[in-house]
Design a protein around this ligand. Structure first.
Ligand code: SF4
Length: 238
């Protein structure tokens, strides 16, 4: 994607709504700084789904440990995971934290898969995207971020994933109100960026890197690729 104008948001004095956040330019700057991230969170579609559920409220390194254990136990497929004893399953995924809750969430997902789609991901993913999203959201413990991660990474469809890093960057630059809802933010991205699965994947991966390297709890703006977009007076921290 080629950047034409780097537009920085600035308050309007004529009462008109502020210009939309410069998502395309931000993407270009991050991509220019770091290039492709080669991010694909799992070897199979089912592993990606398991990872999306396990990563709630924990670091990815912990998820990798839990996934490794599931692989050793040969439980990284819908049938084995659905049949596993719940307490045993919780023990296997212990490194991911909140393991009792997450074991129930994994089981809720496989319950939906076997209850409605004969245990087959191909049938689940045959749904159109809005129906697929509603179906995922109907599973206990799957919220918008997890559902969109599954749609983007496992179903390979263009849904933008909004995580804590994304929200933090947007708030700090004054591009969204800190009370903005998930769907509102996702719609803003999807209006600004052409629907393209690879692009959404890459953009999300770049934002995650941004959050880890620069936009931490205490921001490191000095060497950040988005420094030029900071509002006058610095990032909005409160
Ligand atoms: S410039 Fe500062 S506030 Fe903006 S993304 Fe970078 S670290 Fe975060």
């Amino acid at each position: 994607m080629t950047r034409k104008n780097k537009t920085k948001p600035r308050p309007r004095i004529d009462g008109a709504p502020p210009p939309p956040p410069p998502f395309r330019a931000v993407y270009d700057d991050l991509y220019r700084a770091w290039g492709p991230q080669h991010w694909w969170p799992g070897r199979t579609r089912f592993e990606i789904i398991v990872g999306a559920i396990l990563t709630q409220n924990t670091a990815w390194t912990n998820v990798e440990k839990a996934i490794r254990r599931l692989r050793i136990e040969r439980a990284l497929n819908p049938k084995s995971l659905h049949r596993a004893d719940l307490r045993t399953l919780a023990e296997w995924i212990r490194p991911a934290g909140y393991y009792n809750v997450k074991a129930k969430r994994l089981r809720a997902f496989t319950g939906m898969l076997f209850g409605r789609f004969d245990g087959k991901l191909s049938r689940l993913f045959a749904l159109d995207t809005p129906t697929l999203r509603d179906t995922l959201l109907s599973v206990n413990g799957i919220g918008p971020e997890t559902a969109d991660s599954i749609i983007l990474y496992a179903a390979h469809r263009p849904r933008f994933v909004i995580d804590t890093y994304t929200r933090r960057v947007l708030v700090r630059h004054g591009w969204i109100d800190r009370r903005a809802g998930y769907d509102d933010i996702a719609e803003q991205f999807m209006r600004a960026i052409p629907e393209d699965t690879s692009l959404y994947n890459e953009f999300h991966a770049l934002i995650v890197r941004l959050g880890k390297e620069h936009c931490r709890a205490r921001p490191h703006c000095e060497a950040c690729p988005l420094k030029a977009y900071l509002p006058k007076g610095g990032p909005h921290l409160r």
